[in-house]
Design a protein around this ligand. Structure first.
Ligand SMILES: [Zn+2]
Length: 226
């Protein structure tokens, strides 16, 4: 297994590190992205911790290639803001259209170059989906009828078996919104794509733990971790 650090959008104000973890055995390409919104610290921290664990060989990739971009929007993160414009509305809508921002353009180009068959976009949100079905905190978001939806449903069930506080349990949500990174990689690159949302009202460490657990369940489902 090798772990290499690279820079996304180098020599621009948006430069940010990403990691390519390669197993010696061939297998799927899996991409994890976090910090498209700057004010979602647990998802960013989880992605950074995962990259670190692979660097230190505390986690091993049994096959394939894993790409982690732990903090896409450095500027928004420094300002503790979602980001202006909302980067997650600027990804290409169609094969013929361009990204509406240099950073989403660079991220989509990275995905296009590696052609992931799996894609996780880690986020955080306000409100518990168990209390209010319109809220997206503690959800996995997918598009209806996709292969990703089948895996996500199974992972929601697995996660919920280990969560004793009922309001902390996850729900699956079907949502289509043009301009999100999930929709772009799903529609234009054919990836199985899922958005992960933890809820801001939970303890930070609990959210980080849930985010990491969910990622590991997906990596196992892809046959890339034992
Ligand atoms: Zn978000």
């Amino acid at each position: 297994m090798s772990v290499k650090q690279h820079t996304l959008a180098p020599n621009t104000p948006f430069a940010t590190p990403y990691y390519v973890i390669s197993s010696i055995k061939p297998g799927p390409v899996f991409m994890i992205v976090s910090g498209i919104h700057g004010n979602e610290p647990a998802s960013i921290s989880a992605a950074q911790a995962l990259a670190r664990k692979f660097q230190h060989r505390e986690l091993l990739l049994s096959r394939g290639k894993l790409i982690i971009v732990p903090l896409v929007n450095q500027r928004a993160y420094r300002r503790k803001s979602r980001g202006v414009p909302d980067l997650n509305r600027t990804f290409p809508h169609a094969a013929s259209s361009r990204a509406g921002h240099p950073l989403s353009g660079a991220l989509f180009a990275l995905a296009k170059r590696h052609r992931p068959s799996w894609y996780l976009d880690l986020h955080e949100a306000n409100g518990l989906s168990q209390h209010n079905p319109r809220r997206v905190g503690q959800t996995l978001m997918v598009s209806h009828g996709t292969r990703a939806a089948i895996t996500a449903q199974r992972i929601v069930r697995t996660m919920n078996r280990s969560i004793s506080v009922p309001s902390y349990r996850f729900n699956m949500k079907h949502r289509e919104r043009a301009g999100t990174s999930r929709m772009a990689v799903q529609q234009l690159l054919g990836a199985r794509a899922v958005t992960v949302e933890t809820c801001w009202s939970l303890d930070f460490t609990v959210r980080v733990k849930y985010q990491q657990k969910i990622v590991r369940h997906f990596l196992k489902a892809a046959g890339m971790m034992d």
